[in-house]
Ligand binder design. Sequence first.
Ligand code: XUL
Ligand code: MN
Length: 365
Amino acid sequence: MKRTFSFGLWTIMHRGGDPFGAPTRGPRDPLDAISGLAAHGVQAFELHAEDLIPWGSRLAERDDLIRKARRRMEDTGVVCVACGSDMFVDPVFKDGGMVSNEARVRSLAIERYTAAIDVGHLLGAPLFNIWGGRDGAEVDAGRSPIDALKRLRDGFNALADYIARQGYAMRLSIEPKPNEPRGDLYLSTVGHVLGFIATLDHPERVGVVPELAHAALAGLNPAHEVAHALYAGKLFGIHLNAQRPLRFDQDLRFGGANLKDGFFVVKLLEEEDWPGPRTFDARPYRTTDEQGVWVFVEGCIRAYQILAEKVRQFRDDPEVRQILQDIKRWDTAEVDEAAEPGGAPRVFPYERLDHLVLEILMGTR
Ligand code: XUL
Ligand code: MN
């Protein structure tokens, strides 16, 4: 299967600013970002509509920017695999978009999302992905979480309706995150999102986009998060990156930490033949300059390719194969007498198996 690699445009346009420091890189034009991705072997991108079209642009300006982007996409062969909105930066949504206590702000949020859905459609995006970064709380006394969920339900129903009424060939997805920038976000993990989707009018139109760093922030195993989405038939996209535990949302380059977590996520995607784009949502370090951003891009892709190669090596390793075959045999009735009760206690070869993963990852085998 040919894999598609993709990057959030916002990742390569990111200027290195953080809550404590000013940007360290100059601005990057979104069209140049598309060309740069193509030049570095990337076939696809995701974007926030506002990465291309500043909010408040007039319709004629929007259409002109879309025309230019489409031309750049045709010239480079790069496609758009998902669109979203970065409305979370706008102060009007500081207490939430879809969950705001103000009906006026909730309407504005829907307006903003539908405008971004139009942009996604015009760019040929098959997915509209929502990370509702402000849909959370610090002060639970100010809003019942049940009301928040009902408002989210109404909001997602309205957006799914809009897409259907417009006749757009586009699915919706939700990207969970447990916290940051809000103290707590309501749609916090894949499990929460799967439960929530089941309450929608058309659950079949909505899926989930897990992000590795978000799972790590929740203290969860990213491969298990991805597995729940796959199991439910709801893995509509994925955001690959890295994250060390008990920290702020680091969005490290894929491969920049937690190699083993990365390995097991890649193993799952490859073994399940998941056909979707492998999207990287990470940020170049603040110490990286404009040119270094492409080193970051190449690093993410190469890390995935190396881990996919390690997955193949793991699958073909004779000792690993033997251990996995033995484990499979326990599942059959014939060998049951060897196990407890009555027989000798089962010997689990997991120490060796786990060590073999390390040997393979380290290249010492
Ligand atoms: C935030 C995050 C976002 C979404 C897109 O943590 O992951 O970049 O992926 O809005
Ligand atoms: Mn993300």
